[in-house]
Design a protein around this ligand. Structure first.
Ligand SMILES: Cc1cc2nc3c(=O)[nH]c(=O)nc-3n(C[C@H](O)[C@H](O)[C@H](O)COP(=O)(O)OP(=O)(O)OC[C@H]3O[C@@H](n4cnc5c(N)ncnc54)[C@H](O)[C@@H]3O)c2cc1C
Length: 467
């Protein structure tokens, strides 16, 4: 591990010479919010020594070159909505807040692509695409606060992953500042490309440890004229998950989203949003989004869904107000915290054909530990967002009991071919478990990549793994 230098007045002056004296905050002037992200407000907190606000890629590169020379940690930060402490400056140093680099530079509707700077908000990219009758398919639930650089760095998933994949699948090209401060363009606006290593895929999901994303060229899709959201209600979670497998297997229906919302979470969402989503029924729910080119196709898809859902023992099935229910789905964490301020969040992912086996393990383990759980999962892609609740476990016993539970849960997940994180990443929060559960040879490869690209360990140190 590199011994990092501290930031002296001379370094502050050098940084100011790069970004401008009014675009740097140091020492006590650094706002408290840079000490944490959305997932670690109550836990990992460490303020940076300085925050800089570059306006252009060449400024980012100059800051990184200075940091590399002086051995200063550099922590890139987007919207700060990360849920793993990824943007927390564990070793102090410089937070590179890219907020001034927020422009959508170009939209080409004919060639179906868009070019955006790293801090363009995801929702603005979605809206820019929509204004041209196109779809940007990346759609994390935090879309109004997060930015594309953060989405690429975490390889964010979200609500349309069943049909369109995750952020990495939306990228043609990335402009990146390397840990030594060089500016490179990776990938290309190509439908296929077998020219050397796939470095775009390496950067996507690297959590700011291998390079700083400054610009992205993104794929746009045709926007379906009809995007419908249906709600199906089931007597049990198992029945809902069995339906996921059947609906997903139907190539003609080609669902965009299949989201599981357990009955308690649905009840909490109804109260939190003061809206009735289930007027005549109660149960575990599936949110199903499908696309259609015209009303005849929509009617045919509804008929097919009805048949599938009846066979899958759904108690009720109806079209719902997409905007309202997706808005509620986005705030499920806050809605649950009203009744359950204490709990632990999980982002595990298992193969889709193992979701029922995973549920059985989850139910077995939570019962054994006396815990309860809630799910609002991207079930259609096997990514289960869980909130584990202490149930009747006394507060004093909860931390130790939770640690034990987590080990058992993750063991079960890995046995089923799953992994720790489907979309939020490792950051600080999952680092110990990642070290424990990753095959030594795989971990060794990852560390070798980090050391080759960033020999002084200046980019986002202490994230994913320790060297
Ligand atoms: C309410 C809520 C809902 C969410 N829903 C989803 C969801 O549906 N799907 C999902 O995947 N995630 C979700 N998240 C998690 C989070 O929004 C995503 O991880 C998002 O991609 C983070 O983007 P950000 O701009 O906020 O990044 P930040 O939190 O600022 O940073 C995240 C990581 O990326 C690095 N980073 C940021 N910018 C750059 C850059 N330009 N270059 C290199 N590294 C960089 C940071 O160092 C850090 O490691 C949700 C979070 C919240 C609070």
């Amino acid at each position: 591990m590199t011994d990092y230098q501290t930031i002296t007045p001379v370094i502050v002056a050098a940084l100011a010479a790069i970004v401008g004296a009014d675009q740097i905050l140091a020492g006590n002037a650094v706002p408290a919010a840079y000490a944490y992200d959305a997932g670690t407000q109550a836990e990992a907190q460490q303020p940076p020594e300085a925050v800089v606000y570059p306006a252009a890629t060449r400024e980012v590169a100059a800051v990184v070159r200075l940091a590399n020379r002086e051995r200063l940690p550099v922590i890139p930060r987007g919207g700060g909505t990360g849920l793993t402490g990824g943007a927390v400056p564990l070793h102090g140093g410089i937070v590179l807040d890219l907020r001034r680099m927020n422009r959508i530079l170009h939209v080409d509707p004919a060639a179906r692509y868009l070019v955006a700077e790293a801090a363009a908000r995801t929702i603005d990219i979605q809206q820019a695409a929509k204004s041209h009758g196109l779809l940007y398919a990346g759609d994390p639930c935090s879309n109004d606060d997060c930015v594309i650089g953060g989405n690429v760095a975490t390889n964010a998933g979200g609500n349309r992953a069943v049909k369109y994949g995750v952020t990495a699948d939306q990228i043609y090209e990335l402009e990146v500042v390397t840990p030594r401060g060089k500016i490179v363009t990776l990938g290309g606006r190509l439908q296929k490309n077998s020219t050397g290593y796939g470095l775009v895929r390496l950067i996507a999901g690297s959590e700011g440890t291998l390079g700083i994303i400054t610009k992205a060229t993104l794929k746009l899709q045709p926007l379906a004229p009809i995007i419908a959201t249906d709600l199906a209600v089931f007597p049990s979670l198992a029945a809902a998950l069995a339906a996921v497998k059947v609906i997903r297997a139907d190539a003609w229906l080609d669902p965009v989203s299949l989201e599981l919302i357990d009955r308690h979470t649905m009840d909490a969402l109804e109260r939190y949003q003061a809206t009735r989503f289930l007027p005549d029924a109660a149960g575990d729910c599936l949110l199903i989004q499908t696309e259609a080119h015209n009303s005849a196709e929509r009617a045919a898809k509804q008929k097919r869904l009805t048949e599938l859902l009846e066979n899958a023992s759904a108690a009720a099935y109806f079209e719902t107000d997409g905007e309202k229910i997706w808005q509620a789905r986005r705030v499920w964490g806050k809605a649950l915290q009203v009744d359950h301020p204490v709990g632990a969040s999980e982002d595990i992912v298992v193969p889709v054909d193992e979701i029922l086996a995973f549920l059985a393990e989850l139910e077995r383990l939570t019962t054994a530990f006396g815990f309860a759980f809630r799910i609002a999962g991207h079930a259609g892609d096997g990514n289960m967002h869980l909130r584990i609740l202490p149930g009747a476990i006394p507060a004093a016993k909860w931390p130790a009991s939770l640690a034990d539970f987590r080990h058992r849960l993750y063991e079960a997940v890995y046995r089923l071919g799953g992994r720790l994180s489907g979309e939020h990443g490792i950051g600080v929060k999952r680092k110990p478990y990642f070290a424990e559960l990753t095959a030594p040879a795989e971990l060794e490869l990852m560390k070798a990549v980090k050391q080759a690209l960033d020999p002084h360990g200046i980019l986002n140190p202490g994230k994913i793994f320790d060297l």
